[in-house]
Design a binder for this molecule. Structure first.
Ligand SMILES: Nc1ncnc2c1ncn2[C@@H]1O[C@H](COP(=O)(O)OP(=O)(O)OP(=O)(O)O)[C@@H](O)[C@H]1O
Length: 274
């Protein structure tokens, strides 16, 4: 099971639109091992989010199968938590309450349908506190989303996802809306958190450096329509990784160049048309 934790087998996704059917993805085959960090990279509109949504169970494929821990993905589930670019927090709740809501659903009385024993309020609050502490937000726990920065909001989104103790963390450009410095800080924090929690992560990104710094495997997608996986690059940089040490590492620069070559030489026509 370790080598094939998430399996995407012969997946295609066609959308029905007013102008007819639109083939977004074709012939997607991918495996993600337990504890692996996988980045999905490709030009805008190639289908990265479509693939992530399929793994999240938010949409169903037109063809093929998706499995998580040997079980068919038939819908969203707490074992696959999603972090979106726009953090999607409820603005009238505090950071604590936003995280607590997810914790309650997975471990509280609402979780009874899953057959797991439900936890009491003190246990749920302790889980929430621990998740906020993991992302360095203990001091902001009682603030509302409107009172904190963009980077802090993303951290709450990550805390909410991690608090559910998912088997897989699915991230759709989680740092896309942030300035470069905040983004770098959150990437470093994510590296530490993932090392500590041994999480399996699939992350959509446009950022070549982010992909190389964080990933074990970079899945490079061809341009749409009917996009597919063009190449998969294994990133064998030792961990823990430091962005400063890697900045002039020939190995790091080699991986970076391989992704840039793929995106801007072999899949360049979208850029010319843009
Ligand atoms: N529900 C839908 N109905 C019709 N077309 C869709 C739908 N969702 C996505 N598409 C189309 O499928 C293609 C892939 O979209 P997707 O959002 O997955 O791309 P992406 O690579 O994540 O893009 P970006 O990097 O810009 O976020 C696009 O052409 C998009 O217009």
């Amino acid at each position: 099971m370790h080598s094939k934790f998430i399996e995407v087998q012969g997946v295609a996704q066609t959308f029905k639109t007013r102008k007819g059917s639109f083939p977004a993805l074709r012939d997607i085959n991918l495996t993600v091992a337990k504890g692996e960090f996988v980045a999905l990279i490709g030009h805008s509109g190639c289908g990265k989010s479509t693939l992530l949504n399929l793994i999240a169970g938010l949409t169903m494929p037109t063809q093929g199968h998706l499995l998580c821990a040997n079980r068919e993905i038939a819908g969203p589930g707490p074992e696959r938590a999603v972090v979106f670019q726009n953090h999607s927090l409820l603005p009238w709740l505090t950071c604590f309450e936003n995280v607590y809501l997810g914790v309650e659903r997975v471990f509280g009385s609402a979780s009874k349908s899953t057959g797991a024993a439900s936890e009491n309020k003190a246990q749920l609050m302790a889980r929430t506190d621990a998740a906020l502490a993991l992302v360095g937000l203990t001091a902001a726990a009682q603030k509302r989303p409107g009172e904190i920065s963009g980077g802090m909001k993303q951290r709450v989104g990550i805390a909410r996802a991690l608090a559910m103790e998912p088997k897989v963390l699915l991230m759709d450009e989680p740092f896309g809306a942030l300035d470069a410095l905040t983004r770098a800080k959150l990437q470093d924090e994510l590296l530490e958190i993932v090392a500590r929690t041994q999480s399996t992560v699939v992350m959509v990104t446009h950022d070549v450096d982010e992909a190389v710094l964080l990933s074990d495997k970079i899945v490079m997608m061809t341009n749409g329509p009917a996009a597919t996986i063009g190449e998969v690059l294994s990133v064998d940089l030792p961990r823990p990784r430091s962005r400063v040490a890697l900045a002039d590492s020939p190995q790091y620069l080699g991986y970076r160049k391989a992704v840039i070559d793929f995106l801007y030489t072999r899949q360049a026509h979208v850029e010319k048309a843009a």
